[in-house]
Write a protein that binds this ligand. Structure first.
Ligand code: WTA
Length: 630
C-alpha cells in the first residue's frame, strides 16, 4: 500500500483505517512476505483482553528484514556502526553481509542448544552483534529478551528469571565514553541466582579480563567459527512471540511486555515509513539504546524491514566532547535523526560552537521520543540542528504500543511545538475524564486511552495476563489505558502532558517509583521511603526521595551516598535519587495511603499551595517536610 504523501492522503487513509480497519491493515500487510496468508485479519476483545492480528498467518520476520531485500539490496548498507571512540573504524554492513552474519549467529545458537520457543537474554552494548543476535533469535524462532546493559545484576536476575532464559549473550565489557564497564562480571554475579541459564556466549569487545566458568561460558568468536552462513528460517505463526521487553510499572516488579511477530512487523514498518517519510538511499539514525523499545522498533525491525540504512552508535553524546552527535551526523551524512528530549536539553547547554563546526546540511527530518519536549528545547533543535528547515516529528508511543501512535508526519503535518499532533492511521485515541466519561470536545483534556486495537500492541505481560488486564484494561473498561494525560486543542492536535500514574521518566527512561522505593528500603538504616519526580532541567524529571530512618542519621551526606550507590547496584545508575530528604514521617491519609500530591509539590519547590491537608493522619509532618525541603 502506498504511504501517505500529503495531508489529504493522511485524512483519507485515516478515515479508511477507522471505517474499515481490517481492510486497511490487510492492505498494509499485503506488502510483506508471508509463507501462508492469514485466515482472519483481527480477533479482539478488550475485556478479556485478547488481541490477535493476521490470525493463522505464517511468516518469519527475518525473511522480511533480510531475504526479501536480496539480491536487490545486496550491496546497500543495512547497518552503519559508529564506535564509542571516534578514532576506531566504523563498520558498514551490507544487506548481504547482514544476512550471512545473522545466519551464522543463528547457527551458533542452534549449536548451543537453543530451540524454537526458548528464551534468550541479550545483555550487550551497542555493537552490530546485538542486532545480529536479535535477528538470529527471530530466525530460529527463539524469543529474545534484551536487557539494557546499564542495568545492574539485580535487575538482570529479575528479568532472566521472569522469562526463564536458557542462554545469555553478552560481552566481556562495554565502553561508555572514557569508561569501561565489566559486563561479564555483572552477568557472573547475576547468574548465581539464575538457575535456568545453561550457557553464556561472550563476544569480545573491550579486552577486559573475564573469568570463564567451565561448562557454562563460551567465547562467541570460538563458537561461531565454521558456522555456515546460511540458515533456514523457521516458519512462525503471526501470533508467536517475537520478544519480551521489560518496562517499569507502578509496583516494584517490572513488566515483561510481550510482542508477537506479524502485527509488530507490519506496524513498525508502516509507522517508520510513514512518520519519517523515509526515502530510498537515506541514512537514518536513531540514538536510542537497543535495550529500549525505541531501539527494537526503530533501530532494528522497522528500518531493516523497510530496507533502510540504519546507523547504530555505541558511544555517548558528551564524549569526547559535546559535539559528538553532530560529528557523527556529518561523518555519515545522516538524513534523519531521531533522539530524546533529554539529550537535546543537555546539548543545548553546551556552546553553539559544538554544533557550528559540523556540516549538517544533509539532515532532512528530526525526531524526538520518550517524554514531552519543552518548547525551548524544540526551538533550539529546530533552529540550530534543523536550520529551520527540518520538521520535528514528536512521536508519542510506549513500550506497550510497539510503535508510533500519535505523531506528526514529516513534511506533511503542520507542526506545533510540543504537540505530538495527530493519531496515525489505525490509531483511535479517546480522552476520558475523571468520571470515566468520554471527552468529545476540542479543546478537551483528560486521560489518554485507545479505543481500538492496532497491530503493534503488546499482547500480554509475560506470565501474568491478570496484571496486563488490571494495568491497561480495567481503569476504563473496553479501552486500553496508556497511563498518560493529554490535551486536545481546538484544532484537534494532541499534546501529551505526562504520566498520571507512579511512573517517572528520567532522561527518557521509565522508572517506577515503587521500584526505587523498595531499593532505597533495602538500606539497613532505612525504615520507609516515598519517591516522586520533580522537574529537572536536563533529565526532564529528577528523582526526589523522602526517607524515614530508624534513627536520625548522624552523617547525612554519607548515608545519602550509600543510598545512591545501593540504588545503582540494585536497579542501575539511572535510578539514583537526585535528592534525598530525611524526614521523620510521611504525609499519610487515615487509610495509610501516602499523599504523593503533597510530596510532589514540595519537591517542585512549591511549599505554599499544598491544597487540602485536613485528611492527613498527622498534618504536622507536612510542616517538617516543608522546612527541610531541598
Ligand atoms: C512518554 C518510549 C510525551 C509517555 C517509546 C509514555 C512521551 C512513556 C513521548 C513511554 C512524547 C514517550 N511526548 N511523552 N513524544 N514519547 N512519552 O515505554 O509518558 O519507554 O507513556 O516508550 O514515555 O515510555 P517507553
Amino acid at each position: 500500500m502506498d504511504i501517505v504523501r500529503s495531508f489529504e492522503d493522511y485524512i483519507k487513509q485515516y478515515q479508511q483505517s477507522i471505517d474499515n480497519p481490517e481492510t486497511f491493515w490487510a492492505d498494509v500487510a499485503g506488502d510483506f512476505h508471508w509463507r501462508k496468508k492469514w485466515d482472519k485479519v483481527l480477533e479482539w476483545d478488550f475485556h478479556k483482553p485478547e488481541v490477535q492480528w493476521f490470525v493463522g498467518g505464517k511468516l518469519n520476520i527475518t525473511e522480511n528484514c533480510l531475504d526479501r531485500h536480496l539480491p536487490e539490496r545486496a550491496n546497500q548498507t543495512a547497518i552503519i556502526w559508529e564506535p564509542n571512540d571516534p578514532s576506531e573504524e566504523p563498520r558498514n554492513i551490507t544487506y548481504q553481509e547482514l544476512f550471512h552474519e545473522v545466519c551464522r549467529v543463528a547457527n551458533m545458537l542452534k549449536a548451543q542448544g537453543v530451540q524454537k520457543g526458548d528464551k534468550v537474554c541479550i545483555y550487550m552494548p551497542m555493537i552490530p552483534e546485538v542486532a545480529f543476535a536479535m535477528l538470529a533469535c527471530a530466525r530460529i524462532g527463539a524469543v529474545h529478551s534484551v536487557v539494557f546493559a546499564g542495568f545492574s545484576s539485580r535487575s538482570l536476575i529479575d528479568r532472566i528469571n521472569d522469562a526463564g532464559c536458557k542462554l545469555v549473550l553478552t560481552t566481556d565489557g562495554s565502553y561508555r565514553g572514557d569508561k569501561i564497564i565489566n559486563l561479564k562480571a555483572i552477568v557472573d554475579e547475576a547468574l548465581e541466582s539464575c538457575p535456568s541459564v545453561e550457557r553464556v556466549l561472550i563476544k569480545k569487545r573491550t579486552g577486559s579480563k573475564v573469568v570463564m566458568k567451565a561448562n557454562r561460558d563460551v567465547w562467541w568468536d570460538e563458537a561461531i567459527k565454521n558456522m555456515p552462513d546460511v540458515c533456514a528460517a523457521e516458519e512462525m505463526d503471526a501470533e508467536d512471540l517475537l520478544f519480551i521487553l521489560y518496562t517499569s510499572g507502578s509496583t516494584g516488579k517490572p513488566k515483561g511486555m510481550v510482542h508477537t511477530i506479524g502485527g509488530y512487523m507490519v506496524y513498525t514498518n508502516f509507522t517508520f515509513r510513514t512518520v519519517f517519510q523515509y526515502q530510498e538511499g537515506q541514512v537514518y539514525w536513531c540514538t536510542a539504546d537497543v535495550g529500549w523499545i525505541t531501539g527494537h522498533s526503530y533501530i532494528v525491525y522497522g528500518p531493516l524491514s523497510a530496507g533502510a540504512t540504519t546507523l547504530m552508535f555505541e558511544g555517548v553524546p558528551s564524549w569526547p566532547d559535546m559535539g559528538r552527535f553532530w560529528h557523527v551526523a556529518e561523518k555519515h551524512r545522516v538524513n534523519i535523526f531521531y533522539t530524546a528530549p533529554t539529550a537535546i536539553r543537555s546539548l543545548e547547554k553546551a556552546p553553539l560552537s559544538f554544533v557550528k563546526q559540523y556540516d549538517l546540511h544533509n539532515l532532512k527530518v528530526l525526531g524526538t521520543v520518550g517524554e514531552p519536549i519543552n518548547e525551548e528545547a524544540w526551538h533550539w533543535y529546530h533552529e540550530h540542528i534543523g536550520k529551520g528547515k527540518c520538521p520535528i516529528v514528536d512521536t508519542w508511543w510506549q513500550t506497550e504500543t510497539g510503535g508510533f501512535m500519535i505523531s506528526p508526519i514529516a513534511h506533511i503535518t503542520k507542526l506545533k511545538p510540543a504537540f505530538a499532533s495527530f493519531p496515525l492511521p489505525g490509531v483511535q485515541p479517546v480522552i476520558m475524564d475523571e468520571k470515566r466519561q468520554e471527552v468529545t470536545t476540542s479543546p478537551g483534556e483528560g486521560r489518554l486511552t485507545i479505543g481500538f486495537p492496532w497491530p503493534g500492541m503488546a499482547r500480554t505481560i509475560y506470565g501474568d495476563h491478570q496484571r496486563f488486564r488490571e494495568t491497561y484494561f480495567s481503569t476504563f473498561p473496553g479501552k486500553y489505558f496508556t497511563g498518560d494525560g493529554c490535551r486536545r486543542d481546538a484544532e484537534g492536535y494532541y499534546r501529551i502532558t505526562g504520566r498520571v500514574d507512579d511512573v517517572i521518566i528520567v532522561s527518557g527512561h521509565n522508572l517506577g517509583t515503587a521500584e526505587i522505593e523498595s531499593a532505597v528500603d533495602e538500606h539497613s538504616a532505612v525504615c520507609e521511603t516515598a519517591v516522586v519526580g520533580y522537574p529537572h532541567d536536563v533529565k526532564g524529571q529528577g528523582i526526589y526521595a523522602y526517607v524515614i530512618c530508624y534513627d536520625r542519621p548522624h552523617e547525612e551526606e554519607k548515608l545519602r551516598h550509600e543510598i545512591r550507590e545501593l540504588v545503582a547496584k540494585i536497579i542501575g545508575p539511572i535510578a539514583k535519587p537526585d535528592k534525598i530528604q530525611f524526614v521523620s514521617g510521611l504525609p499519610k491519609t487515615r487509610s495509610g495511603k501516602i499523599m504523593r500530591r503533597i510530596l510532589r509539590k514540595v519537591a517542585e519547590g512549591n511549599t505554599t499551595d499544598l491544597g487540602d491537608v485536613t485528611t492527613l493522619l498527622d498534618p504536622s509532618v507536612v510542616e517538617e517536610i516543608k522546612a527541610g525541603a531541598l
